[in-house]
Each structure stands twice: as structure tokens, then as C-alpha cells.
Ligand binder design. Structure first.
Ligand code: SF4
Ligand code: URA
Length: 251
């Protein structure tokens, strides 16, 4: 079976999936889309209102900004694969629950395995959390990390800039640097699922080479993820931030 066919099989499975409660409330599942041969894969959080209606990832306002960001990176949608950590929309766009993340993870893991991209770009805190525990996006945004031999670049979520306009330029600049991570050499160390704080919290983290891939030391002790220091960014544009943007905690 070709990679295309295997990706299509995931799409079909997801469309009838009831592994978690999100399956009940969806209009359409959003398995993700893009060609089978890609160098970069983008992973967001979960479908929002428009994605649920259309069955496609990032088609709302955040998606429009993502298109701009891709342009800043010299990329187009046709060249990349875009998906989410969960494939069905959470009610009222709440964060996916741990049990939903784990119920859905097999689909994403299989997509990653099939696509085998040179670079995985995480969009936002929840997607970052799949690869890096306790990462502080305010510190590690735009950086590449070596996670289990994969190059993972952690970005702010495009929707964050819709609520905090100051992040717009940061995102554009981070995306403009994205291409240098492709073909900049395979990461050199295998690591466990990473735990990373900023350099000031995690002295074990080393900046190792010219492209700034941070090697995440597998011996660094994992800490309780409940002390994870990151913000509650409102991810999907039709979600209501609980606080006005100026009161949202720092990203
Ligand atoms: Fe299945 Fe994932 Fe949808 Fe849950 S979110 S029903 S695990 S496809
Ligand atoms: N936000 C996400 O994280 N994913 C989408 O597909 C749309 C908005």
C-alpha cells in the first residue's frame, strides 16, 4: 500500500472514529491535509468552528494568518502537511482533555511516521506539549529541538497573534527563519520525549550547532507536568478568551 493510500486509510478511520467523546459532537472530522511527500509538517491543536464545518485544517482567521506565515517562510499550503493533535472539535473550543489527546494520538503518530518530515512545526502550547514538557513558548518560540531524532520547531499558535497583536511580527520573523532548519543536517542525538524549560531553568539544555538545534538531554529528570509554566492562549479564533487580551498571561 502506498503512503498516499495509508494516509487515506487514516482519513477514513478518523471520519467514523468514536475513540473519544469528541466524535459525538463533530460535524466533520479534520484529519489534516497535504501531499505525502513533504519536508515540513505543521501540527496545531484542534479543529475550530470552521474547520469542523469544512473538514479542513486552519480555514478560519488563524488559517488565513497561517497562509501569510507560510508565505513568509517561502512555502505554500500545497508543499506542506497540516494537521492537529486531535481530529475532532472540542465543545466551545475548549482545550482537548488528556484522555482525548491520548485517544487520538495514534492517528497523529502514524501520520508522522508515514510522512517522515524533515521538520515538525508545533503551533501553540498543546501541540508543543506532545514533544516538549514544560516548555516555555515565550523563550523557545522559533527554536529547533532534537526530540527522539526528529527536528521539532516550536512556534506560537497563529491565533495567539489575533489576540496579542505584538506577537504577529514575532511569528512572521520565526517563520521567515524556518527554511534554514530544512536540510540543515539531521539532529545528532536521540532523546526521550523532551522536558525543556528555558536555558535559565534547565542548564542541561545545550545549544549545539549553527542552526541552533537544542539537544534535549534524556537524563534530565521529568518533573510533574502540573507545574508546567505556559500560558492559556486562546487557540481558535471563535473561542472566547476568558480574560481580555491585555490580561492574558505572558506566552
Ligand atoms: Fe477519534 Fe480523535 Fe475524533 Fe476522538 S478526536 S473521536 S480519538 S478522531
Ligand atoms: N486552530 C487549530 O489549532 N487548528 C485548526 O485546524 C484551526 C485552528
Amino acid at each position: 500500500m502506498s503512503i498516499e493510500q495509508k494516509l487515506e486509510r487514516i482519513r477514513e478511520e478518523v471520519s467514523v472514529c468514536r475513540r473519544c467523546g469528541l466524535g459525538k459532537g463533530r460535524t466533520k472530522s479534520v484529519p489534516g491535509e497535504g501531499p505525502a511527500q513533504v519536508e515540513i509538517m505543521f501540527i496545531g491543536e484542534a479543529p475550530g468552528f470552521y474547520e469542523d464545518q469544512q473538514g479542513k485544517p486552519f480555514v478560519g482567521q488563524a488559517g488565513q494568518f497561517l497562509d501569510e506565515l507560510l508565505k513568509a517562510a517561502g512555502l505554500s499550503r500545497e508543499q506542506v502537511f497540516i494537521t492537529n493533535v486531535v481530529k475532532c472539535r472540542p465543545p466551545s473550543n475548549r482545550d482537548p482533555l488528556p484522555e482525548e489527546l491520548s485517544a487520538c494520538q495514534e492517528y497523529l503518530d502514524e501520520q508522522i511516521r508515514l510522512l517522515n518530515p524533515k521538520v515538525i512545526v508545533t503551533l501553540g502550547r498543546i501541540s508543543m506539549g506532545k514533544f516538549i514538557e514544560r516548555g516555555r513558548i515565550g523563550i523557545i518560540h522559533g527554536r529547533a529541538h532534537n526530540v527522539e531524532g526528529k527536528k521539532v520547531v516550536t512556534m506560537y499558535h497563529p491565533a495567539a497573534a489575533l489576540h496579542q497583536p505584538a506577537l504577529r511580527q514575532t511569528l512572521i520573523e520565526d517563520f521567515a527563519r524556518l527554511k534554514k532548519f530544512i536540510g540543515a543536517g539531521a539532529p545528532s542525538a536521540q532523546t526521550d520525549r523532551a522536558v525543556e524549560g528555558g536555558p535559565e531553568q534547565n542548564p542541561i539544555q545545550k545549544q549545539t550547532n549553527e542552526i541552533g538545534v537544542s539537544q534535549i538531554d534524556k537524563n534530565f529528570k521529568k518533573e510533574d507536568s502540573s507545574v508546567r509554566v505556559s500560558s492559556d492562549e486562546p487557540i481558535r479564533e471563535d473561542s472566547k478568551p476568558e480574560l481580555p487580551p491585555e490580561q492574558l498571561s505572558l506566552f
